[in-house]
Ligand binder design. Sequence first.
Ligand code: SAH
Length: 196
Amino acid sequence: SDIGSQKDRVVTEEEWLQKWEMGNIGFHKEQGHPLLQKYLDVLLNGRSGLRIFFPLCGKAVEMKWLADMGHNVVGVEVSEQAVKEFFSDHSLPYCEEPVPEISGAKMFQSTSGNISLYCCSIYDLSSSMVGKFDGVWDRGALVAVNPCDRQRYASLMINLVEKNSSYLLVTVSYDPNKHKGPPFYVPESEIKSLFG
Ligand code: SAH
């Protein structure tokens, strides 16, 4: 098939936590992503003070970048280590509080209030808890989702965005028979059927 042997591959949350513990985080880039710089105008569309969502955020430096531009950033990340490293890497003071709706989840918020990172699985979030977003930066997110969870992920994302939102999605193109992923290969035809 189009995605070859990747269809049944599963990376567990435990494995993601281990990657962070082992420092096995080749996906993390210290430099802001060139495609976000290139398509920033598409994301913002002339608007200011947006609510921007970072699914599966890791410690993406673009969160700091967009917050510094005056936007409100919300991320979700299963690794507490990643979330804490984000704040310490940027010397940002933060506070943490439990999320009453999700058992075991915590929300880490910069003291300035414009960056809120939920430490839980993205599948535990809903728009009734986090509201809706004007923009999404999806890099290392859809392509990190297990192929069997893609439909669920896309439905959730569609539910989390406002009608006039912009969604920037970065995928990677390669032969899925030569690498087991993640990042997984998500063909364009599948993106169309997932997001319409
Ligand atoms: N978007 C980030 C990180 C990409 S790697 C960047 O651009 O650097 C994918 C991240 O998703 C990892 O940090 C992993 O810990 C996290 N993750 C994996 N499954 C998750 C889930 N179900 N919910 C929330 N985070 C998850």
